[in-house]
Design a protein around this ligand. Structure first.
Ligand code: URA
Length: 234
């Protein structure tokens, strides 16, 4: 298979953009700089872009959901509550949610049967950022913001540094973007609780730079190849 076709099939970019990557000397085949029009044996050759190995899409499946509140992120709930699995369309394979969002939290939730990717995204060591839109009642002072950013103590363990930005505020409410690298239980809600604020609305809006786009609440779509490629190289 031609190198540009192969790279496009791996979800790197369009064929034309892949030609440019090759022309710019960013692509290697078995460690050697690839030439325009080079042929790849997709079963044997090792191809890399900017030193990052790429591979053809496997048989794995990847989906993104805009989770509504009122659903649990488990396959079955012992309290008989609705589960996110019930929102998956018919015909989706044996995929599982990647990490969890609380019953009352909405937003970006991934599903896959690719255990490696799920592990990489959820393992705290990899420090993959997750960004939330949080709403609290009233206002928040610089002192509380500084505490949130620097880390607060939860269960005797300090949370890591986070990025906290006020997006919108008036006397009655404040909306913030909160970017964290951990996945502890009720993390964002408990961080605010620690500075005396209650989160009244919470939505995950990003994993790394992956966003929901225009996906409506409760809807699910397959991830595009470039999105899968992005996640695999996070
Ligand atoms: N932090 C929370 O408090 N809840 C979530 O669902 C995710 C992060």
């Amino acid at each position: 298979m031609r190198i540009n076709k192969y790279l496009a099939a791996c979800g790197v970019a369009s064929r034309r953009a892949c030609d440019k990557l090759v022309a710019d000397g960013k692509v290697t085949i078995n460690g050697k700089c690839a030439e325009l029009g080079a042929e790849v044996n997709e079963r044997k050759d090792k191809v890399a872009v900017d030193g990052i190995p790429v591979a053809m899409q496997t048989e794995h499946e990847y989906y993104i959901m805009n989770k509504p509140k009122g659903y649990v992120c488990t396959v079955r709930d012992d309290r008989d509550r609705k589960t996110v699995m019930q929102l998956l369309p018919e015909g989706v394979g044996r995929v599982y949610p990647v990490g969890r969002l609380d019953y009352d939290t909405e937003g970006l939730l991934l599903f896959t049967d690719d255990g490696d990717l799920a592990f990489r995204i959820t393992h705290p060591r990899n420090e993959i950022t997750k960004t939330y839109l949080a709403k609290i009642e009233g206002t928040i002072g610089e002192k509380e913001l500084a505490r949130l950013r620097g880390g607060v103590e939860l269960d005797g363990k300090r949370t890591g540094k986070s990025i906290v930005k006020v997006i919108e505020t008036d006397k009655t409410y404040t909306r913030l973007h909160v970017t964290v690298k951990e996945g502890r239980y009720h993390l964002v809600r408990r961080m605010f609780e620690a500075v005396g604020k209650e989160v009244t609305f919470l939505k995950r809006i990003k994993i790394g730079e992956l966003t929901l786009g225009s996906l409506e609440r409760g809807k699910v779509r397959r991830l595009r190849a470039d999105e899968v490629f992005y996640l695999k190289n996070l």
